[in-house]
Design a protein around this ligand. Structure first.
Ligand code: IPE
Ligand code: IPE
Ligand code: MG
Length: 239
């Protein structure tokens, strides 16, 4: 049986290096990167993928120079202002994970607006990880669960994996089947660490601004060729 790609998560990496190779400022790479993100969202939607999570800005990315951070925030805002109608047309639902409170107020409002306007869309669910960090997400889940225990709503031995999962920002959506990272780096950089327990990992050498729908399809093909055992042996897996 071939694998089912229900949830694809992408670490869109390499914008800065792409620009530097062209002797342009890093921001030039982010602009091209945003265009590629737009193209891949449409492609995933056309392929009937149900969930696409895009790592757009990490909790650690706040430590970059202020100019770059400000540029990325404005780019996100502009993208949402321009694209929300298109998302609705394509029946794509926009969601986010991350610490929204740290974003500039205008960006927060636009994010909220796009979430609301696309909330009835039933096709692809595209989730932007913005100001997202897996350690922060897990820490917050622990805090919420500790509050439940403290309030006497549950006892410590009622803390299950399922309860932890439900208290993560990804809530009820399934774990990613495939996590893809571009630009040749082979690490997760604080992305979906709980959820990645049994994800297939694909690392592409292509820098994100150069990433094409053909590269996308090649990565999917790689995924479909994998044997996902989830700790079992082949004979036990249901075919
Ligand atoms: C990914 O590209 C985009 C963000 C992290 C916002 P980078 O900006 O990390 O580009 P490189 O990795 O420095 O080339
Ligand atoms: C990860 O890329 C974050 C995003 C793609 C948004 P980084 O470029 O920030 O990660 P490191 O620093 O190479 O690990
Ligand atoms: Mg990078």
């Amino acid at each position: 049986m071939s694998n089912r790609l229900q949830h694809l998560a992408i670490i869109m990496d390499g914008n800065g290096r792409w620009a530097q190779l062209k002797n342009k400022p890093r921001t030039f790479g982010h602009v091209k990167g945003a265009r590629v993100a737009k193209k891949m969202i449409t492609h995933a939607s056309d392929l009937g993928i149900k969930y696409l999570t895009l790592y757009a800005f990490s909790t650690e990315n706040w430590l970059r120079p202020q100019d770059e951070v400000g540029f990325l925030m404005r780019l996100l805002e502009r993208y949402l202002i321009k694209e929300t109608e298109n998302l609705i047309q394509k029946n794509i639902r926009f969601t986010i994970i991350g610490d929204l409170n740290r974003l500039p107020t205008g960006v927060q409002k636009q994010v909220q607006n796009s979430i609301e306007k696309t909330s009835k869309c039933t096709g692809l669910q595209v989730c932007f990880a913005i100001s997202y960090g897996s350690r922060q997400e897990i820490t917050r889940a622990i805090q919420k669960i500790a509050d439940l225990v403290h309030a006497g709503k549950i006892s410590a031995n009622e803390i299950t994996e399922d309860l932890v999962k439900k208290n993560l920002m990804t809530g009820d959506i399934p774990d990613p089947d495939l996590i893809l990272r571009t630009s040749g780096e082979s690490r997760l950089s604080n992305f979906l660490m709980w959820q990645a327990a049994y994800s297939e990992l694909v690392f592409s050498k292509v820098l994100w601004p150069d990433f094409t729908t053909q590269d996308f399809d090649d990565c999917c093909k790689d995924f479909y060729s994998r044997n996902r055992r989830f700790g079992k042996i082949d004979a036990e897996l249901s075919f």
